[in-house]
Design a protein around this ligand. Structure first.
Ligand SMILES: Cc1cc2nc3c(=O)[nH]c(=O)nc-3n(C[C@H](O)[C@H](O)[C@H](O)COP(=O)(O)O)c2cc1C
Length: 355
């Protein structure tokens, strides 16, 4: 079948198939495996220290000479959030950990770590990265100008037609249309109620609204999904959940095993873990925070509060206190190598579209 289109030309790839950036799950070897297979791997660096960003980029470059994208959280944290909300949640969490015979150091409000995309840009540009995807917002005019000066192609996340319009009006080259099925954080960034449009409804409406290529994201797990997205007007697809159980995924063995059993109704949208709406599998951490009835701080404060216990739980291969972000169709993820998952996706899609 003919895979070439405007998007493959813009990205310099064989297939318009993009492995979604998944902070905490995507390893450099996953990114490289997808790029080496002819798709576009995406390296997530949202909120990471610039030194870490550089070392991850170097690692991917050591594994592939093919194009890959770097993914940013384009987010401006407010200077201060309600201190009482933070302290009350911290007190509750410490009690919760103790009751579950776990321990994690309390977090200092003044030291909440969040490295802005602005601080990350110098190393990304110096490393010669030419593809940047982003979520949670969009760069300001100066940011766009700087990225354009360096000939960086920009892929922005939209969860509504209005957000897609705002992204393209500002100069975004490609829109990622993220449906409500998607695993992980909602990319939503305009004020107002959280957009909850499904991929099937969102993709054709965004494709009709914008003149740039649209990438469909959310609930796509096989060749049927890729073919459907194409028919709906997408030039490409971005898939995260498909790679959650891959050999190259950083999920722990128990985390991968838990994902093997989930059904279409086992994920939920929650602010409990990070302060931003995200879709994942319910566990003790989410249930207890929600049941506490306590207000949740905005991102990145709530995220910082739950980070230490998530790290401890990951080391213990405990799935009750980690974040298991996953999409509504994540139960179909395969425990194969990334290259095999990708090859099967290409094969299935060609089979359907060649019919
Ligand atoms: C575990 C996980 C982590 C994610 N982390 C990020 C991230 O760091 N940056 C981002 O832009 N999107 C992130 N996403 C969202 C993906 O980009 C994409 O929208 C989503 O995976 C598509 O839906 P699917 O999971 O049904 O394929 C994440 C998704 C998952 C499942």
């Amino acid at each position: 079948m003919e895979w070439k289109n405007e998007l493959t030309r813009m990205l310099g790839v064989t297939y318009p198939l993009i492995q979604a950036p998944m902070l905490g799950i995507t390893s450099p070897s996953m990114v490289a495996a997808v790029s080496n297979s002819g798709g576009l791997g995406s390296l997530p660096v949202g909120g990471l220290h610039p030194d870490k960003v550089l070392s991850l980029i170097r690692e991917v470059k050591g594994l592939t000479r093919q194009p890959f994208a770097v993914n940013l959280f384009v987010y401006e944290p407010a200077e201060h959030y309600d201190r009482k909300t933070f302290d009350d949640m911290q007190e509750f969490l410490q009690f919760l950990y103790g009751a579950n015979r776990l321990a994690a150091a309390p977090v200092n409000y003044e030291d909440v770590p969040f490295h802005s995309w602005r601080d990350q840009l110098p190393v990304i540009l110096a490393a010669g990265i030419k593809y940047v995807s982003f979520t949670f917002g969009m760069p300001d005019a100066a940011g766009f100008e700087l990225l354009k000066q360096h000939q960086v192609l920009l892929m922005g996340t939209a969860t509504s037609v209005e957000e897609a319009g705002a992204l393209t009006a500002a100069g975004t080259d490609v829109v990622i249309a993220q449906g409500i099925e998607a695993g992980g954080h909602r990319g939503s960034f305009l004020p107002g109620a959280l957009p909850q449009t499904g991929t099937f409804a969102l993709v054709p409406q965004i494709a009709d609204r914008v003149r740039v290529p649209v990438i469909a994201a959310g609930g796509i797990m096989d060749g049927r999904g890729v073919a459907a997205a194409k028919i709906l007007g997408a030039s490409g697809v971005q898939m995260g959940s498909l790679f959650l159980r891959a050999h190259e995924s950083l999920a722990t063995p128990a985390h991968k095993a838990a994902l093997a059993d989930i059904t279409d109704t086992d994920t939920l949208l929650t602010r409990a873990i990070s302060g931003r709406w995200a879709r994942g599998v319910r566990n003790t951490l989410i249930t207890e925070i929600e049941a506490s009835g306590l207000p949740v701080s905005e991102y990145p404060y709530q995220d910082a509060l739950t980070q230490p216990i998530r790290k401890v739980a990951k080391e213990l291969d405990n799935t009750s206190f980690v974040n298991m972000w996953a999409g509504q169709a994540a139960g179909k993820a395969r425990a194969w190598s990334t290259a095999d998952i990708f090859a099967e996706l290409v094969r299935e899609t060609a089979l359907i579209l060649n019919k």
